[in-house]
Design a protein around this ligand. Structure first.
Ligand SMILES: C[S@@+](CC[C@H](N)C(=O)[O-])C[C@H]1O[C@@H](n2cnc3c(N)ncnc32)[C@H](O)[C@@H]1O
Length: 247
């Protein structure tokens, strides 16, 4: 594959991929590893995130929500990302969190955002691609990265949109290196009427597994759970792969 047209970060990401793409599937600044594959959206909300309108609305809404609700923010320093390390942001959407991870790992590090939505990726690549931030089109249930190839994974507000949540979490656990951390954040509510809330979310195609189920799945895939709780409006789980302690 001729890599000369690839942005720096994507060229640096190539050695982490399970298979080097035969041709250069560079599309609007991101590497499209799904090509013509069109996974069926998991429901109406995912259809929205695959549209230009939904993408345009999402970015300012998440920025505002994260400004006023601290619990929605990424757990930056709790990821224990080493300077010069590699971070993977699955379901990266417009790439704002990927860009923050890029700042956390510094110029020698690498932050890779992965999403299925072309519309989100176009916006992410346009706004945030750089020497150490790059974006791939791929599915969280079949990550194109080698085992133990990244130092941290973020999966923020994504799992509720994925049919096969166990495989998605297994993939996150597979690609994180020993000593590395996975942060999962998703809509969550555990108060009175939680069953009815989950049923209503289900009508919109959203699946809310809750922090206990997420933690159990991550444990089943070799992770040690550091923190798991639901405080509306989010469930959050932080897990670490046993291995060498990081400085
Ligand atoms: C609500 S947005 C969250 C974006 C970002 N993580 C954040 O916290 O701002 C959810 C994103 O997950 C993506 N997504 C949904 N299913 C996915 C899958 N199977 N693989 C990769 N990304 C997926 C959507 O396309 C969308 O961009």
């Amino acid at each position: 594959m001729d890599t000369t047209a690839l942005p720096d970060a994507l060229r640096r990401a190539l050695p982490l991929l399970t298979t080097e793409p035969a041709a250069a599937p560079l599309q609007d600044g991101y590497l499209d590893l799904l090509g013509a594959e069109e996974p069926q959206p998991s429901g109406p909300v995912q259809s929205l995130w695959e549209s230009r309108a939904g993408t345009a609305v999402y970015e300012p809404v998440q920025a505002f929500a994260r400004k006023v609700v601290a619990r929605l923010r990424p757990p930056a320093e709790r990821l224990h990302l080493p300077e010069g390390g590699t971070a993977l942001d699955v379901g990266c959407g417009p790439g704002t969190v990927t860009a923050e991870l890029g700042r956390d790992v510094g110029r020698r590090g690498l932050a890779i955002g992965v999403d299925v939505s072309r519309s989100m990726l176009r916006r992410a690549a346009e706004a945030h691609s750089g020497a150490n931030v790059g974006f791939l089109r791929a599915d969280v249930t079949d990550l194109p990265l080698r085992d133990a190839s990244v130092d941290a994974v973020t999966c923020l507000m994504v799992l509720q949109l994925v049919h096969d949540q166990e495989t998605a979490l297994a993939e996150c656990a597979r690609v994180v290196a020993p000593g590395g951390r996975i942060a999962v954040l998703q809509p969550g509510y555990a108060g009175p009427g939680a069953g009815a809330v989950a049923a209503a979310a289900g009508l919109a195609g959203l699946r809310m597994p809750g922090h206990r189920a997420i933690a159990a799945t991550l444990r089943a895939h070799g992770m040690t759970v550091v923190e798991a709780e639901t405080t509306a409006p989010v469930a959050r789980v932080l897990a670490e792969k046993p291995g060498p302690e990081r400085a």
